[in-house]
Design a protein around this ligand. Structure first.
Ligand code: AGP
Length: 608
């Protein structure tokens, strides 16, 4: 969380930095600021609130090229306020810093610095960074940062600027993302490639412990001992048009409608000429899939729901147990792992701190790790033994939509692949199933093309303050995902529950103003779900059913029915997810919420 941008080059510096911030606003938006080299000093402007509050202050900043840093914040230490917004300056106003991460030992450092005469202006953990660098500054910013960073405990991506070194940016990275964007006669440092994608697609991912010095025509990376480090330049696999709204009112709506593409792109090109399913990324012999005797998924939020769904599919196709853990709890459970246990980390960003910790625990135990991630080159992709990419493209809306469906595609693929490699699935079955999965693209399009009922339901129930989503079997994780979507963007209290469990407690909550969304397609648990719907009706709570097209019977026991196309039972989550996302979207819009930037949330959660 928090977005940082640094720029040096001939473009109008304030406007270029602000443009980068706009692209990173999904990472945090409680306050923002810029620091620019100007007239031998550093000019800082910052403001509480999102970028719309900062924009009016840009007018009197230099319109020409130059060097500067910028930040959009998601508060961890210190309330969202103008004083706590970044950049932070040293005592003399000659050095500035923007930071993403948490400095764990900041209080201890602050006490020491204060006793040595430093005066602090904010209540953030970040400010110690700039005072430490000030204390070590002897005319060389890179050296001062190199001397200061070993004193820090915690996580950071930080970019520094000194008034005494025109045209120079210095960056440091540990456990929070920082990338170098390489232009012609200009360079960038940023939390994500989106910040510079309009100007260059060439980038370098910095690794933990890297320090970088950047000018408009040069860059050098050092380790903490001052040794030079080689890092690979890569090309960002999409261009700037992918991060524009493309005629939609919100990114979330655009991303919901991009799901047929995300689904197809994740499945595409997986069949080898020999008619075998191939996941090239998994063929590098870093672990032997035939040796695996247990699989554990680790993930958070929406990615956790995709993982739960994966378990239902995989257990049907495989002979080994599949467990699913919430990343932030995995560590405490301290599960016994060994080299035959495959740990699969599922994450859109590939940077989520909780999931990263789970991956590191697995590695420490000697277990092989596989990352299912969307962001190419992300930390999880780099640190895991193998990586399976979801090809959803960039997702800007804080609420995950198209990346959820792409993760579901990836876990289906993974299940098929493991079943094939372990000799449990016939080649014909694998081929046929892959074709069925590809054919679902058309069904997803159908759902997205007919949204009248979803909108009517949203209109009818958008003033309710509680919702219960019920599902059984493979639709239970989807019930949880639908509830998460609704609560995060509309601020309505919602719970996703296994339908059979409702009578053990939540049924006590029901009343006529408490709608229940029942996921009740025509599958093996249809009759049981119907029984649960009757239980709800007996408590006078209204029922919205999400059911199979043509199921007339369900109409008689529900207030509303959202129909989805008929598919095989194990594929219903794929066609129901877009309808439920749209329901959450319309409810939130009708309540006047900002669906792309819901309050208190950040797209990438890089703190534990
Ligand atoms: C999803 O809508 C949420 N914004 C959130 O739960 C998210 O899925 C979670 O933070 C995990 O992120 P990741 O997939 O990037 O690891």
């Amino acid at each position: 969380m928090c977005g940082i941008v640094g720029y040096t080059g001939p473009r109008p510096v304030a406007a270029t930095l602000f443009h980068g911030l706009r692209r990173l606003e999904y990472r945090g938006y409680d306050s923002a600021g810029l620091g620019i080299q100007e007239d031998g000093g550093i000019r800082v402007i910052k403001r509480r609130g999102n970028l719309d509050h900062l924009e009016p202050l840009l007018g009197d900043l230099p319109g020409e090229g130059g060097t500067g840093i910028a930040h959009t914040r998601w508060a961890t230490h210190g309330v969202p306020s103008t004083e706590n917004a970044h950049p932070h300056l040293d005592c003399r106003g000659r050095i500035a810093v923007v930071h993403n991460g948490i400095i764990e030992n900041y209080q201890e450092l602050e006490r020491g610095l204060t006793s040595r005469g430093h005066r602090f202006r904010s209540r953030t953990d970040t400010e110690v960074l700039v005072h430490l660098v000030e204390e070590n500054y002897r005319g060389d910013l890179l050296e001062a940062v190199r001397a200061a960073m070993p004193k820090i405990r915690g996580t950071y991506a930080a970019v520094f600027l000194s008034a005494d070194e025109p045209g120079v940016l210095v960056g440091a990275r540990k456990d929070s993302p920082l990338l170098l964007g390489l232009g012609e006669g200009e360079n960038f440092l940023a939390s994500a490639t989106l910040a510079f994608l309009d100007f260059t697609r060439r980038a370098v991912s910095l690794e933990n412990g890297d320090l970088v010095r950047v000018t408009d025509d040069d860059w050098v990376i050092l380790d903490i001992n001052g040794g030079s480090v080689e890092r690979k330049v890569f090309e960002v696999p999409f261009d700037a048009t992918a991060v524009q709204k493309g005629g939609y009112s919100d990114f979330m709506l655009k991303e919901i409608h991009e799901q047929p593409q995300a689904w197809m792109d994740t499945l595409r090109g997986r069949m080898s000429p020999g008619n075998r399913l191939r996941i090239e990324e998994l063929e590098e012999d870093r672990f032997d899939l035939r040796e695996i005797n247990r699989i554990i998924f680790v993930s958070c939020g929406t990615s956790y729901h995709a993982s739960l769904l994966g378990r239902y599919v995989m257990e049907g196709w495989m002979d080994i147990p599949v467990e699913v853990d919430i990343s932030s709890e995995f560590y405490y459970r301290a599960p016994k792992l060994d080299p035959r246990c495959l740990v699969v980390a599922v994450s859109q960003s590939g940077e989520t701190a909780d999931t990263m910790s789970a991956v590191r625990w697995a590695k420490r135990c000697g277990a092989p790790t596989l990352a299912v991630v969307n962001v190419v080159g992300s930390m999880m992709a780099r640190e895991s033994d193998g990586v399976l990419y979801t090809h959803a493209g960039p997702e800007i809306g804080v609420a995950a939509t198209k990346t959820f469906l792409a993760q579901v595609a990836a876990v289906y693929l993974l299940g098929l692949y493991l079943g094939q490699e372990r000799g449990l699935l016939e080649p014909e079955f694998v081929r046929h199933t892959l074709r069925e999965l590809e054919d679902l693209t058309g069904r997803i399009e159908e759902v997205l093309g007919d949204t009248d009922t979803v909108e009517r339901c949203a209109d009818k129930y958008c003033r309710c303050e509680d919702f219960l989503f019920l599902g059984r079997n493979i639709n239970y994780p989807l019930a949880m995902e639908a509830a998460l979507k609704l609560k995060e963007i509309s601020y309505i209290h919602a719970e996703g529950y296994p339908a059979g469990e409702m009578k053990h407690g939540p049924i006590a909550l029901l009343h006529p103003g408490f709608p229940v969304v029942a996921l009740i397609p025509r599958d093996s648990v249809y009759e049981k779900m119907k029984g649960n719907v009757e239980e709800v009706r007996a408590r006078q709570a209204p029922v919205i059913a999400v059911a199979t097209q043509g199921d007339a019977e369900i109409r008689s026991c529900c207030e509303e029915v959202i129909y989805v196309p008929e598919v095989k039972p194990q594929y219903y989550p794929v066609v129901m997810a877009p309808a439920l996302q749209l329901f959450a979207y319309h409810v939130a819009k009708m309540r006047g919420c900002n669906v792309d930037q819901p309050r208190n949330l950040a797209k990438t959660v890089t703190v534990e």
